[in-house]
Design a protein around this ligand. Structure first.
Ligand code: ADP
Length: 472
């Protein structure tokens, strides 16, 4: 800064001297021509020449310094203006390079600081904006924002996924022109009318599916009570509803299954107590029915306990090396009494001496007792049940194939449900609980395997289990 000031001072002094000399000459000329004449005599023409040359030099210095000073300032202003224009356009990375360390660079430095602050502010704003849009898009619920005139301003990914719509069909359109569901439009209208929160449970049919939602309609009221519109939030509760229904069905089924044998036991006991026990034959017949019904109750309770144990979180298999062939042979021995009663031919086909896999021996036995037991139960007398054990690379496959009554194609996906029976009356008489296949499916899946069924009504069924040898 001192350098700049000195230059300015020199320029001024030169200017003053020049002006004074010029004025002196002019005055002398005007006031006393004689004085000039005498000066001419004394100083001759060279003096005047020197005077004019020095005057010229002084003028050049002034012009030069003037140009330098002004150019220095104009450069600063130009650079600062360019940056300001860039900032106004939204380019917050623009910076001026004309930022000398002296006072002339102050404008440049200030504008650079301003740009830095703006850039920082915009960064923070963009971060907040990003966070907000990520939150809105991935909040797991459908969201619609409607402005105060009824135009849809925003829909999120959740809403698009739920209703399978294109954003362009909805955005900036009147809500009642694009939302097909009368009940949803009613909720929006209610929020507009009452300016109060509204929440309702809706059942929305989508093609062949029906989905349950809780819809929240919230009025958006800005500062000074300015009405800004309505926010709609859709929570899909279909799975919850299904679980609730399953729980209700389960309780109803268990009660029903328990009620039948208990009623029967109670009825026969009362009849006996009313005097029937005096007749030996009736007594024997009724007691054997009571025994059968209590067996059913016992196995039902056992299966229920078993299923709840398997379904519990933290249920673990006791994994060890298991020879599947010997497991199947053991199960065949256990159920052979039942097959002999019906004269059913029960055979095991396996080419290998041993088929070793990793699994829980007791649970695998349980799976095959249920499957082979069913095969015998649902096969009429003189039929046959084949158990085929195959080994292929890292997998094993077990077929439990019977020549029994078979299952209709539509029934197959349902037989693994708890308490599901194809023919309720017939299958209850079979002594089953309706829980056997549900247990089988859980245990096979716990072994990371899968179970499938091929069946033809009247021809027989083939239950196929595939397991990995290494339980991976
Ligand atoms: P249940 O204890 O009644 O046998 P499951 O869960 O084991 O119950 O089986 C469910 C239903 O699947 C049975 O009631 C029966 O209708 C059908 N089912 C199971 N296995 C066979 C089979 N091998 N052949 C024909 N139907 C079968």
């Amino acid at each position: 800064m001192t350098k700049f000031r000195t230059r300015l001072l020199i320029a001024l002094i030169t200017l003053i001297i020049t002006v004074l000399v010029g004025l002196g000459i002019l005055l002398g000329h005007l006031l006393n021509n004689k004085f000039l004449e005498s000066l001419k005599d004394h100083l001759n023409i060279e003096f005047l020449l020197i005077l004019f040359i020095s005057l010229g030099i002084a003028l050049s210095v002034i012009i030069y310094l003037g140009i330098r000073i002004t150019s220095r300032y104009t450069k600063q202003i130009e650079a600062a203006t360019d940056v300001a224009i860039e900032l106004a356009k939204g380019n917050y990375r623009a910076r001026t390079t004309a930022d000398w360390l002296d006072e002339t660079g102050m404008l440049g430095r200030s504008i650079n600081r301003l740009a830095e602050n703006l850039q920082e502010l915009i960064k923070v704003k963009e971060m907040q904006q990003d966070r907000l849009s990520v939150l809105i898009e991935n909040m797991g619920a459908g969201l619609v924002l409607i402005d105060s005139r009824g135009y849809i301003n925003l829909i999120n990914k959740g809403f698009i996924d739920i209703f399978h719509v294109k954003p362009t069909d909805f955005l900036y359109k009147l809500y009642y022109e694009v939302i097909d569901y009368e009940e949803i439009c009613q909720i929006i209208a209610e929020v507009f009318r009452t300016e109060q929160k509204v929440s309702k449970q809706l059942l929305v049919p989508f093609f062949i599916e029906r989905r349950y939602f809780i819809v929240y309609g919230v009025p958006i009221i800005g500062a000074n009570n300015v009405w800004k519109g309505v926010l709609l939030v859709f929570h899909d509760i279909t799975e919850l509803k299904k679980l609730e229904q399953m729980r209700k069905d389960f309780v109803a089924n268990v009660s029903h299954e328990l009620k039948t044998p208990v009623t029967s036991i109670k009825g026969f006991t009362e009849t006996l107590m009313d005097g029937a026990m005096n007749d030996k034959e009736t007594l024997d017949a009724f007691l054997s029915i009571i025994l059968k019904e209590s067996d059913r109750l016992q196995s039902l309770i056992q299966d229920l306990l078993e299923l709840s144990k398997i379904e519990q979180q933290g249920f673990k298999l006791t994994i060890q090396e298991v020879d599947l062939r010997s497991v199947l042979e053991e199960v065949i021995t256990i159920v052979s009494g039942k097959s002999q009663q019906k004269n059913i031919l029960l055979e095991l086909y396996c080419k290998k001496e041993q088929v070793i896999i990793k699994g829980d021996i007791d649970r695998l036995k349980q799976v095959f007792i249920n499957l082979i037991g069913n095969a015998i139960t649902y096969t009429p007398t003189d039929g046959n049940v084949k158990i085929i054990l195959l080994e292929h690379n890292e997998k094993v496959r077990i077929h439990v194939k019977d020549s029994g009554v078979g299952i209709e194609k539509e029934e197959i996906p349902r037989i693994f449900e708890r308490f599901y029976r194809v023919d309720r009356a017939r299958d209850r008489n079979s002594g089953g609980t309706g829980l056997g296949l549900a247990i089988v499916k859980h245990l096979v899946e716990a072994h990371h395997g899968n179970i499938s069924v091929r069946s033809k009504l009247g021809e027989g069924s083939d239950f196929i289990i595939e397991l990995n040898k290494d339980l991976t």
